[in-house]
Design a protein around this ligand. Structure first.
Ligand code: NAD
Length: 257
């Protein structure tokens, strides 16, 4: 492992346009469960119940959605950045980071100190809520209060439209600007680092391919194997926070000398 950590640290020192790609595994050490692991969200709820079309058409599905989402948000709002998020924020301070593309909806890259323009949230954010009809925005905490006070399906104060967190559900269109920008930045990167993603959901599954096509080195740091490991330059299987802290330690050492 030590040798792999040194290799990744060397890659970082030599790179200028690093794109980091984070999935749910980047935030498990902040106490937010991922979806597919044992004990994850899909052990408890059925993903089939959360298709966008169902949310639009069926009151019972909306109730279930808000029940799941309210439970998830309770852990999100307490969560603090872990060494993964802090390492990525440090890459920005070192002027190495082109951007961080995240599938996460927890806002932890913002909390860790990465600047807004460096963060691409592919699946939106759970920290705000919008009316699907008039697009009025609401603070998530305010809507959370309503649910905790017994409202089952919150509606817009202005137009009675359906409120929904600003996250992308199954069957809901991906944000076009963010997705295109993510593809472009991945292609233009000189080092692409995946942290904590199973790389099976689109467009996550294509992003490392784009990076490789553009000539980047590919590093995958994940507890479990991914379908992209075979063509990565370095794969480190382990706990991401510990690994990132060690990599950044080496980077600092090298830069100082
Ligand atoms: P996933 O659940 O499919 O995979 C997570 C991966 O992270 C797994 O392969 C697992 O081995 C790995 N992992 C878990 N903890 C780790 C750790 N401490 N160190 C290293 N690796 C670790 O997640 P995904 O591929 O990101 O896709 C799931 C979808 O769910 C995403 O689209 C995301 O939007 C959403 N999601 C977001 C959050 C969040 O915002 N924090 C949480 C759960 C799910």
């Amino acid at each position: 492992m030590e040798e792999l950590i040194e290799t990744v640290a060397e890659f970082i020192v030599r790179s200028r346009r690093i794109v980091v790609f984070t999935g749910a595994g980047a935030s498990t050490e902040s106490g937010i469960a991922d979806f597919r692991s044992r004990g994850g969200i899909w052990d408890k709820y059925n993903p089939e119940d959360f298709y966008f079309q169902k949310f639009l058409t069926n009151e019972e599905s909306r109730e279930k959605y808000w029940q799941m989402s309210t439970e998830v948000y309770e852990s999100l709002k307490k969560a603090k950045p872990n060494p993964v998020h802090l390492a990525i924020a440090e890459l920005e301070k070192l002027d190495k980071l082109d951007c961080v593309i995240t599938q996460n909806i927890d806002g932890l890259h913002h909390k860790a100190g990465n600047s807004r323009e460096k963060i691409i949230e592919l699946h939106g954010t759970a920290l705000s809520v919008s009316c699907l009809s008039c697009r009025r925005k609401y603070d998530r905490d305010e809507v959370q209060e309503r649910i905790l006070n017994g409202v089952k399906v919150p509606r817009c104060d202005d137009c009675e439209g359906l409120l929904k967190p600003d996250t992308i559900s199954f069957g809901q269109a991906m944000p076009e600007r963010e997705t295109n920008e993510a593809y472009e930045r991945s292609f233009g990167s000189d080092l692409f680092v995946v942290i904590g993603s199973s790389l099976v959901v689109q467009p996550a599954a294509t992003m490392p391919v784009r990076a490789k096509q553009g000539g980047a080195k590919l590093v995958i740091i994940n507890r479990d194997p991914t379908p992209h490991d075979s063509y990565a330059d370095v794969v480190i299987n382990g706990v991401a926070g510990e690994i990132m802290a060690r990599i950044l330690g080496k980077v600092r050492e090298t830069i100082r000398h």
